[in-house]
Design a protein around this ligand. Sequence first.
Ligand code: CA
Length: 355
Amino acid sequence: MKRMTYIVFISIVVTMLMASCVGHFPRFDQSGRYILQRLPDGAELYVREGIDAIEITLVGEGLKIEDLSPLQGVLIITRSNHSDLTVAISGFRNVDFSRPVLLISSEHAAGIAISKCDTIVLNRISNSYWKQNSLDPELIGDYNGDGYITLSDFASFAPAYGFSEGSQEYDEKFDVGASEKQYSGIWQKIFSVPGAPDGSITLADFAVFANNYGFANPYLGTWNFTGTIDYESSTYGYVKATGTGTLGISQQNWEMSGPVEITASSTYTDEYGNVKSEEFSIEIDSVDIEFTSTEMTITGTMANPVNGAKYDILMKGKLRVEGDVIFAESSGTGEGYGIFLTNPVRKIGEWTAHK
Ligand SMILES: [Ca+2]
């Protein structure tokens, strides 16, 4: 009998040891989607790799929204309903899934539990990239239209979460769950082709928004230009010039930052037939830029550096992506691309730019 007690005692110790080992390697819930690991002063939530968004309902004594801290830069949307907290979490693009994504601080750690869980995995479209058509990629989730998806856009999205058509909070622009990634290169990681709204702002919509969160329109930033002008001018005779310039585009309305200036070195034949060589800069008074998924078009007014006369110019180039670099170029792209003087339209050169 004593021996029996002894064996039972040993087996209990072994079981306890095993249990404490398991404690260091927390296990997923039965459905394998999350781990809620209790701490002395709260709990941590881990999610399974591959999930794009998760919504949990937390129960526990005295739990408040302020007790929740998102970790690793994830986005959370919380709703409080009596003693329950509903928390939607997404934005797992840069998350290390072996670490927690949510910290719950509570004096009553033992009572924290998850009563409901919902998750979503977005469609992975891998074989339909490289779309070339007339549709412009759209920066889905840029609700204030500045070209960046930031906290300010999240502040618009979050209040609509959980609401459906017919309610005041619902707005179709947040109903983006059916959007797709169809472009390659610079747009590849961004949901940029809108899908049909389904009438409710749910986890799928949050997952799409959160995926795009932090991205900016890839066309924004500093572009470096090089161009060559090679034509017969009625005023200056034969003009051959090469030039470089930069253009900083800071916002999605293609507002530019800094002066737009092109410096050029040119050789031309003057009215007496003398070949001249000059360095000069061309001030571009006004520039409008338009992008489609395949083209960059610049129209502007340029002052002639010699006599100050103003000309309307048009530059049209094709967009091409190589790794993270985006090119706009006219050389070798065929009819309609190049540098043009307008009124009347005549082609005067070629250009290329990259960002
Ligand atoms: Ca924005």
